[in-house]
Design a protein around this ligand. Sequence first.
Ligand code: SAM
Length: 329
Amino acid sequence: MRADSWVDSDRARRPSARMAIQPLLVSGHRSRRPWLRSVRFRRGHGAVAERTSPPSSAGLGGGRPGRRPPVGTSAAERTVRHGQPSVTQSLRARAEQLRSNPLLTLHGATGGGSDARAEAIRTYAFAVPSDAALDLIQRIASSGVVEIGAGTGYWAALLAARGVDVVAYDPAPAPSSDNHLFAGRQPWYDVRVGDEHAVAAHVDRTLLLVWPTFDEAWPAEAAERYHRRGGRQVIYVGEPAGGLTGDARFHALFGMLEHCFACAYGLLDSPCICGTESIWRQARTMDIPQWEGCEDRLYIFERVDPGLGHVVPNPLQRRRWPWRKGALR
Ligand SMILES: C[S@@+](CC[C@H](N)C(=O)[O-])C[C@H]1O[C@@H](n2cnc3c(N)ncnc32)[C@H](O)[C@@H]1O
């Protein structure tokens, strides 16, 4: 069974409530609801739909609890103390390969086709770092980077190779068999064991999130926790709202989603985000290479202090008082 095959079967068993509003989009309603423009429904578009991990195998709740390394352990410690495959030697060997950014080369050689993507994301990373993107991160992250959900650590390694001070975390870093995406894959960087809680110890650094998991709560929690502790800058690499990265709350925190689809359209598989305040403001965005069917971009966000962001309105409350200014827009 392919590592991601449970995704398809899970989707097949559980009809998505999102599909319920698809007819609205194709029947012309879309033009009257401009905020829906960014919402895309891309079944069968070829991208690997990375979703909530199955509880039994993801290692984020399953796996072999007795053997799971404690939070914060590095690759070297995992090798020595927990008998996991030796990765430190291969990390050294791989440093040479990083001079040429092999993922960028592969993307160029294959024309960014979706066939090549499936293997590329498991060997390298979900998004393709361009030289311009790496230059920009190097320039703006002068006090270092903390990457959460780093997977193989490919972005972290490329940044470190340019002299950026990077700490990277993942609950199950490659090659952990607890990570269904990167099991058995050699890492590119010494990714430490840790989840969204790790940001608290690194708020002086820029937070980097590359393709944070689709429809899971942790990316939003990482962004909120980092903000609460005083963090100032987030670099997000992924898709806009309605894509396959983050959940609705995540996009609302970054001001990328201004309406609650759960309440407006009764979408059962989308969290209610009414009352969520955007605590991050987009400062800059940059094109990066995109795989076929994906809309990856790099976004830079700056901190917005509490009370100054956009608050997602509750559409049901607005309908109760239609004579109120703007309620019927
Ligand atoms: C779609 S992958 C992206 C990995 C990497 N950033 C990339 O671009 O290849 C999402 C990653 O998030 C990690 N993850 C899952 N739950 C997490 C959590 N609670 N905190 C941090 N990372 C988590 C997964 O283990 C996985 O490696």
